[in-house]
Design a protein around this ligand. Structure first.
Ligand code: KG4
Ligand code: ZN
Length: 330
């Protein structure tokens, strides 16, 4: 048997400082996430400058905790992986600089990893049998994409949002409902006691045959509804909004899939979306996969997992690696 490959992953693209050690792309030896939610909560959203500064403060402790958790030191590692985009440039730079310093000092391969390739890889950790090719719906705070995962390192575009990302729409509607940041999980909680069919929030764009999506019309319809009905039942509004967004996501993704569909990104933690995708996939005879809840939102285990396959494909970065806020996936 060949020697196991152990990769330290580092993720600082937004408001989580995360580090993890993953073996052979699928086995998580440690997974440490320091969330900045309490820091940003009073501002109702992520403040980029505060995020960068907090990453600088925490990254050393978080990396140390990941190594300790895996019971190893830097000398036991085979590579250093880091998210180099997309994300907040100042936040990304903290992880990229830290990873470069570690790789240089220990003469280890450095693997710049796309954040969304990481979200896709969260599925490999949770589902040992999943292998490309498959169709993947990525729904996060910054992106909503339907892609074909042709191989572990090659992804092609099928459809994407024309405006707000799904998570962004959840967060904005949550704010309109006066829920605290981050809005997605709070809105999901409120929706549990509401009627998803109370209000039909539709957007004509999504009714077409294409795979592109639009969420800003749905969001505006909710805001208008709240203004016109100050006494609206907020749980009903939340449930109806969630139903509208998840219907678009699940209808388009299941239609795009031919045999296997996976779900990725922070919104993959939404139980209603998971259920809708599972039910619709089963109806069409499609295998459906999603990550365990712990790997849905930003973490570094998913980055180390994706990096294992990049390393296997010889896709190694050099020390000129930079943070790229708008890095393309395909
Ligand atoms: O992937 P992620 O952690 O960060 C980005 O890469 O953007 O995704 C965060 C997004 C936020 O918009 C958050 O509100 C949303 O995912 N989210 C949810 C849920 N959990 C997180 N949206 C709906 N329901 C959830 N349970
Ligand atoms: Zn993310």
């Amino acid at each position: 048997m060949s020697k196991p490959v152990r990769i330290l992953g580092i993720e600082t693209s937004c408001d989580e400082t995360a580090a993890a050690v993953v073996q052979d792309g699928r086995t998580v030896l440690s997974n440490v996430v320091h969330t900045q939610i309490p820091l940003h909560k009073k501002f109702g959203g992520v403040v980029p400058e505060l995020a960068s500064r907090n990453h600088v403060e925490k990254i050393g402790t978080v990396v140390r905790a990941a190594l300790d958790g895996a019971g190893m030191g830097l000398d036991d590692l085979d590579a250093i992986a880091v998210t180099n985009g997309p994300g907040l440039v100042g936040a990304l730079l903290v992880g990229v600089s830290y990873a470069k310093a570690l790789a240089y000092s220990k003469k280890l391969p450095l693997i710049g990893t796309h954040h969304l390739l990481g979200h896709i890889a969260a599925n490999y950790i949770s589902n040992f049998e999943l292998e490309p090719p498959f169709c993947c719906l990525i729904a996060s705070g910054g992106h909503s994409e339907i892609v074909e995962v042709k191989s572990y390192v090659d992804v092609s575009h099928i459809g994407s949002t024309r405006d707000d990302a799904a998570g962004e729409a959840f967060d904005k509607v949550a704010r309109a409902l006066k829920l605290p940041y981050p809005g997605g999980p709070e809105l999901e909680k409120l929706a549990e006691n509401g009627n998803p069919h109370a209000v039909a929030f539709r957007s004509k764009f999504n009714e077409g045959e294409g795979f592109d999506m639009s969420f800003s019309g749905i969001k505006t319809a909710v805001v208008n509804h709240l203004q016109a009905h100050p006494d609206a039942n907020l749980a009903d509004v939340a449930a109806s909004f969630q139903f509208a967004v998840n219907t678009v996501l699940s209808d388009k993704a299941v239609r795009a899939a031919t045999h296997t569909l996976a779900l990725a990104g922070g919104v993959s933690a939404n139980k209603n979306l998971r259920t809708m995708l599972k039910t619709k996939s089963e109806k069409k005879g499609i295998r459906f996969f999603c990550p365990d809840f712990v790997y849905c939102t930003d973490n570094a285990a998913m980055i180390a997992s994706a990096a294992f396959y990049l390393l296997s494909a010889g896709k190694i970065s050099d020390l000129s690696l930079n943070a790229v806020p708008y890095l393309d996936l395909c």
